[in-house]
Design a protein around this ligand. Structure first.
Ligand code: GDP
Length: 316
């Protein structure tokens, strides 16, 4: 397969083409994509997989732009992929747009890919997982999966990366910047952004509050206590510390023998997600009118959902 060869040689255009292939809904493309993924699978897994999330305006793109340059200067190739729940509704993407990370986009060691449009978050997440494998096969050492913190996408991203990093901006009144507890529990690294100028005191307060909140939570891995770091993407401060923490996290998981089991568990959950979604898709395709009728009966209160589901699932 020519594309596989070009991809493994690290060609960025081949990587772009390969990702387009895994994003395609066409059946013949899917066959090719699966073949390609299987061919390159032995060349994946070495990368540092980093999830980055935060509310709109928290400074994600400015941070990834500055941080990414730092990571590249340290001798790495970096890919940025986006999981954007809004792309499943609007068909467009607000994340991963190249214009959001101008400096990074100019560097030959960087690859930036917007979120694929998809009907479901599950669909977007599957393609992003596959794109991540392709990036690793193309020799990218660090893959950042970016997501906007508005919905369930944080959980999906945390479940495909080695380290989930949450960005929090200073201010906003309440001490924890409105971050939901469930999201906070996923974070092993919290980065306070905009720690500069007039915002510096508020950034310091936010960092202290976040440290306190994280201290009370159960760690994701016993070997790693969540860290809170302050940065300014504008002044370029704290970026080296974040990169050092990311590498330290990887070393810690390696030393504890925790990376392999964690990734295996992620793969197992991915299999079950595929099974569940695949079964439902097939069922909906085969049920036809019976399903529509059952739905009418259920919403009208004539038939209980349990009874309707049981009836529909009976082998015909
Ligand atoms: P995103 O929506 O999370 O991607 O946020 P952006 O990166 O677009 O940043 C939102 C706003 O915060 C922009 O106006 C940025 O200029 C500003 N901003 C981002 N990083 C910093 C920083 O380090 N310091 C300051 N003072 N402002 C920043």
């Amino acid at each position: 397969m020519r594309l596989a060869g070009e991809l493994l040689a690290g060609d960025r255009r081949a990587l772009g083409k390969a990702i387009t292939l895994v994003e395609s809904a066409r059946a013949d493309h899917r066959t090719e994509a699966v073949e390609l993924l299987q061919a390159v699978l032995p060349h994946t897994g070495h990368g540092v997989r980093l999830g980055i999330s935060g509310a709109p305006g928290v400074g994600k793109s400015t941070f990834i732009d500055a941080f990414g340059n730092h990571v590249i200067d340290d001798g790495n190739r970096l890919a940025v992929l986006a999981v954007d729940p809004s792309s499943s509704r609007s068909g467009g993407s607000i994340l991963g747009d190249k214009t959001r990370m101008e400096e990074l986009a100019r560097r030959p060691e960087a690859f930036i890919r917007p979120s694929p449009a998809g009907r479901t978050l599950g669909g977007v997440a599957r393609r992003t997982r596959e794109a991540m494998l392709l990036c690793e096969a193309a020799g990218f050492d660090v893959v950042i999966v970016e997501t906007v913190g508005v919905g369930q996408s944080e959980t999906a991203v945390a479940d495909m990366v080695d380290l989930f990093c949450l960005l929090a901006a200073p201010g906003g009144g309440d001490d924890l910047q409105g971050i939901k507890r469930g999201v906070m529990e996923l974070a092993e690294l919290v980065v306070v952004t905009k720690a500069d100028g007039d915002l510096l005191p508020a950034a310091n307060r936010a960092a202290a509050d976040l440290r306190h909140a994280l201290h009370l939570m159960r760690p994701v891995h016993d070997a790693w206590a969540a860290q809170v770091l302050s940065t300014s993407s504008v002044e370029g401060t704290g970026l080296g510390e974040v990169w050092a923490a990311v590498r330290e996290h990887r070393d810690t998981l390696d030393a504890a023998g925790a990376l392999g089991p964690m990734r295996s568990e992620q793969l197992r959950r991915w299999l079950w997600t595929e099974l569940r979604e695949g079964l439902v898709e097939r069922f909906v395709a085969s049920a036809g009118e019976q399903l529509a009728d059952a739905e009418l009966d259920v919403v009208a209160g004539r038939v209980l959902p349990t009874v309707a589901a049981d009836h529909l699932l009976k082998p015909r």
